[in-house]
Ligand binder design. Structure first.
Ligand code: AQP
Length: 344
C-alpha cells in the first residue's frame, strides 16, 4: 500500500511541537511546505503536538503561550484554518488512545534504533521519560488516526515516518486486516535540513541553548539581519557548482537557505554568486530573509493580541479532527478485540 493505493484518499497530516518558538528550520522544512500542500487543494490536517512537547519538561504557562504562538505562526505563514484543520493534539483524546494501542504493536528494538531518541536522551537515558522513548509510536498514532497518506517533514523526521510504516504494516499483518495505510514521507525542497548558524554540522533547533544559532519566526528585521551577518562561515568565495560546497557545511547551509527562501535551486544560487565572498552574499541573504520573514513576525504579533480567537480556532479544528478520528479509533479498537457497547 502506498499513497497511490486507491483504498485511501490522499490526505496530509503533519505536526510541530510547541516546545519553543518556531525557527527558520521549522519554517523551511515544514511550515512553508504545509502551506504549499494546502494550496494544492489536498485535504490537510495540521497539529500542534503538545503531548509530544511534554516528553521533555515544559513549564505549563509557557507551553500554553508557545502553543498559541505556534498557531499564530501557522496562520501568519498562510495556513487558512477554514481550508486546513488546525488544532492542538491534546484536545483530541483519540491520539493518546491510539498511541497506547500502537505502543503494544511497536517493538522495543525498533524504538532503540531511533536516532532522535539517542540524541535527546543523551548519555543518561535512564533519566529520560518513558514518553520520550515512546514518542515515535505516538507520532505513528497521530498520522494513522486520520489514515493520512502523506506526511511533509524535514529530513530529521524521516526515520520516524518509516517507523510509522513498520507499525502500520505489523498491525495489518498481526490482525489480518488492510486497515492502516503505509504513509509516505514528503521530504522536498532545498532546505530539508537547515543547520545551526553557529555550527554547520548541527541541526537548527528551537531548543538549542544559543539564540544566535537560529532565526526565530518572531525575530524582527534587525535581529534577522544581524544573526545572518554573524553566521559562521569560511573565508573562501562561493564556488560555481553545488559540488564545490561539499566540504563547506556552513556555506552550503546559507546557500540552501537562500535557495529555499527565493524558491530557486542551490545550483541557480551558486551560479549567480560564483566567486563572490560572504561580504556580498550575507547582506543579500539578509535582505531576502527579512523580506520573507518579517511580515510573518508582524502578522504573528497581531494574531497573538487576541489569544481567545486563537483558542477558538484550535477548538474548532479539534472538533473537525475528532469527527475523522473517532470512527478510525473505534474500528481499531474493534479489530483489537475491545468491547464497544456504549451508546454514542
Ligand atoms: N533544522 C531543521 N531543518 C528542516 N526541518 C526541520 N524541522 C525541525 N527542525 C528542522 C522540521 O519541523 C517539523 C517539526 O519539528 P518538531 O518541532 O516536531 O521537532 P524537531 O524536529 O525536534 O524540531 P526542533 O526545532 O529540533 O525541536 P526541539 O528542539 O524541541 O527538538 C518536522 O517536520 C521537522 O522535520
Amino acid at each position: 500500500m502506498t499513497a497511490a493505493q486507491p483504498k485511501f484518499t490522499p490526505r496530509i497530516f503533519s505536526g510541530i511541537q510547541p516546545s519553543g518558538g518556531l525557527t527558520l528550520g521549522n519554517y523551511l522544512g515544514a511550515l512553508k511546505r504545509f502551506v504549499e500542500k494546502q494550496d494544492e487543494g489536498i485535504e490537510t490536517i495540521y497539529c500542534l503536538v503538545d503531548l509530544h512537547a511534554i516528553t521533555v519538561w515544559q513549564d505549563p504557562a509557557r507551553l500554553r503561550d508557545q502553543t498559541r504562538e505556534a498557531a499564530a505562526a501557522f496562520i501568519a505563514a498562510g495556513i487558512d484554518p477554514k481550508r486546513s484543520i488546525l488544532f492542538n493534539q491534546s484536545q483530541v483524546s483519540a491520539h493518546a488512545e491510539l498511541g497506547w494501542v500502537l505502543n503494544c504493536v511497536a517493538r522495543m528494538g525498533w524504538m532503540n534504533r531511533m536516532t532522535q531518541w539517542k540524541d535527546k536522551a543523551g548519555k543518561d537515558a535512564e533519566k529520560a521519560s518513558l514518553g520520550l522513548f515512546a514518542y515515535p509510536s505516538l507520532m505513528a498514532a497521530d498520522i494513522l488516526l486520520y489514515h493520512a497518506t502523506m506526511v511533509p517533514v524535514g529530513e530529521d523526521q524521516k526515520q520516524h515516518v518509516e517507523l510509522c510504516r513498520d507499525i502500520a504494516a505489523k498491525f495489518n499483518h498481526d490482525y489480518g486486516v488492510d486497515f492502516f495505510p503505509l504513509t509516505e514521507p514528503l521530504i522536498e525542497g532545498a532546505a530539508t535540513r537547515v543547520m545551526s548558524l553557529r555550527d554547520g554540522t548541527k541541526k537548527m533547533s528551537k531548543s538549542d541553548p544559543s539564540d544566535a544559532s537560529r532565526i526565530n519566526l518572531t525575530d524582527d528585521a534587525d535581529t534577522i539581519a544581524q544573526k545572518l551577518r554573524k553566521a559562521r562561515t569560511d573565508a573562501e568565495p562561493l564556488p560555481g557548482t553545488v559540488a564545490g560546497l561539499k566540504h563547506r557545511p556552513e556555506a552550503r547551509n546559507l546557500v540552501n537557505i537562500y535557495a529555499a527562501l527565493a524558491g530557486r535551486t542551490p545550483a541557480q544560487v551558486v551560479a549567480e554568486y560564483e566567486g563572490k565572498g560572504f561580504g556580498t552574499f550575507k547582506p543579500a541573504l539578509a535582505d531576502l530573509a527579512v523580506a520573507k520573514l518579517a511580515p510573518i513576525a508582524t502578522e504573528m504579533k497581531r494574531l497573538m493580541a487576541d489569544p481567545a480567537e486563537i483558542d477558538r480556532i484550535l477548538g474548532d479544528g479539534a472538533d473537525r479532527a475528532d469527527v475523522i478520528a473517532q470512527p478510525i479509533l473505534a474500528r481499531t479498537l474493534e479489530i483489537t478485540g475491545m468491547i464497544r457497547s456504549r451508546k454514542p
